[in-house]
Design a protein around this ligand. Structure first.
Ligand code: FES
Length: 130
C-alpha cells in the first residue's frame, strides 16, 4: 500500500488560487502535462488544461487566460469553447457537450493536492476517445 503522504503532491493553497484559475504541471508519462485549478461555488476543481475540440491548452493563444471576463466559464482561446468550471461540461462552441478531463485532487487543511496514484494513464484518453 502506498504511503498516502507520498502520493499527494501539494499544488497550492486554496487561498492562493486566483479568480481566473491557476495553471500547474504534473507528471504524465515521459512528459509533463498541464492542469488548471479553479475555485467554484461547489469547491475547488482540477481540470486537465486541454480543450476537448483539439488537443491544445485552453490558454494556447493567451497564456494564463482560462476564463471569460465575467469568470462564469472556462474558455478555450483557440475557437472559443465555453466550459462550466464546476463540472467541466462544454456549453458552447465546437465541442459542446464534451467534458474537460478531471484531475484527482484532494483538498485538505486549506491546501490542494494532486493524488499521483489516481492520475489517469497518459494514453488512456486516446484509447477511449471515439
Ligand atoms: S481548440 Fe478549443 S475550441 Fe477549438
Amino acid at each position: 500500500m502506498t504511503d498516502p503522504a507520498a502520493r499527494l503532491r501539494l499544488i497550492a493553497a486554496v487561498a492562493d488560487i486566483p479568480d481566473g484559475g491557476l495553471a500547474f504541471t504534473y507528471p504524465s508519462g515521459p512528459f509533463p502535462a498541464g492542469g488548471i485549478l479553479v475555485r467554484t461555488a461547489a469547491g475547488v476543481r482540477g481540470w486537465r488544461n486541454q480543450c476537448r475540440h483539439l488537443a491544445v491548452p485552453l490558454d494556447h493563444d493567451d497564456p494564463g487566460r482560462f476564463t471569460t471576463g465575467d469568470r462564469r466559464h472556462l474558455v478555450c482561446g483557440t475557437h472559443g469553447a465555453l466550459y462550466r468550471p464546476d463540472d467541466g461540461v462544454c456549453v458552447a462552441g465546437p465541442c459542446r457537450g464534451a467534458q474537460l478531463r478531471g484531475l484527482p485532487i484532494v483538498v485538505a487543511g486549506g491546501n490542494v493536492y494532486l493524488d499521483l496514484d489516481a492520475l489517469p494513464e497518459p494514453l488512456a484518453a486516446f484509447r477511449s476517445d471515439p
